[in-house]
Ligand binder design. Sequence first.
Ligand SMILES: Cc1ncc(COP(=O)(O)O)c(C=O)c1O
Length: 469
Amino acid sequence: MNQPSPLTLIWEPPMIQPLHLGAINKFGHRRSDSSRSEIDGLPIDDLVNLYGSPLFITSEQRLRHNVRAIRQAFERHHPSVIHGWSYKTNTLSAVCRILHQEGSWAEVVSKPEYEKARLLGVPGNRILFNGPYKPRPILERAIAEGAHIHCDHLDELSLIEAIAKEQNRVVPVALRLNFNTGYTEPWSRFGFNLENGQAHEAALRIRCSPHLTLNGLHSHLGTFILDPRAYGEQIRLMTDFMQEMEKDGNTRITYLDIGGGFPSRNALQGVYAPPEQAVPEIEEFAQTVGKALKKGLSDRPGPPPVLIIESGRAVIDDAQSLVATVVGTKRLVDGKRGVILDGGINLMLTALWYHHPVRLVQPNGGIPEETVLYGPLCMNIDCMRQLVSLPPLKVGDRLVFSPVGAYNNTQWLQFIELRPAIILLSPNGTHEIIRQGETLSTLCEPERIPARLTPNPGSWLPLPQPMED
Ligand SMILES: Cc1ncc(COP(=O)(O)O)c(C=O)c1O
């Protein structure tokens, strides 16, 4: 029998740990299996052996399923629904392309996002242009290409009007509204406030301009909204405002865009109940929205406005996983087990706000113990999970974090480490890279070194005495 080499046996002082094995949570559910060895039927180990660690794995099947399910849920309650894909949630070209194939429009919030959508073949009139900063040249282009401009503030409205005048056209604009539904923390920094009259003022400016018409209303309540009633109230406020605007007889609102914010099956920090308990089904949101629309539109003649949803995280989050490998373990001074991974918050910045579910790629049968998962960065806040119950881990073990698809491939950092490859699993079982892992030249290529900084080997000072060889 092979004896383990003495070097692989690491002595640790004995300690007493409460056993959590098979424990049930307060809802009577057993702890779910702490391992996951496959994604879409493909062994995670094989994928990591091929593409390296850390590795982002994207499931095309799940992505397509999610966007269809969400759109269909709303279509059951309203005759005309459009999904706008929020580029900021995940801007990978392959992800955007899949969603555009599924019929999603592009929801963009900046010049580069607008340009990327056009580059990916999205026609201007299938782009929803949000955001507080739309520089003049991109606004000119977006207006000329028939994009749907969602106006954020009065200065922007003046700019749109000036461009419309210059281009000698009447430009349809939508107003972004903000208000307090009473069910979420109100976001008042984007768009025009309803309660203090800003929204009415903006609408009046549009009505008085021969170059502008009001054709849509937009609002985005926030993100990871757990209470469907927030959307019911949102629709009530938006349809009331719409009816008020349409009283002039000239205004016709053709769409109501209710933004995104629907939660994914993730665990927001501070939410006590586990995701399967805390996160309502998308159907509940769709039902609430549909009911509120029926009520808000009951006495409005003509075809109902199109309902636009800009769901981001609920579409992509569980379609992506991050695999990381253990590079070291240690016993922390407070007795907890510390584990160092090769991927940290540089790749999963959302670890700052979510307790991302994490599982072993290969079950090891060990007794779970409270563990702190650190990333590889030489920086104190680089912590993937503050405390998670995991069996003992050793160098080379792999962990899979999921869901991680929302806001990580867009907010990740090139900080200290390079960003790894992202692969896509296709529904027919193939896999391919959709973003190359970064190399040193990814970092250095955009830099320029002034010629006067050319290294001069002769300029090094001699080594201090004791170091001399
Ligand atoms: C205007 C707008 N629409 C849609 C989204 C997507 O939100 P979520 O991912 O919460 O669905 C965002 C995200 O911040 C947004 O700002």
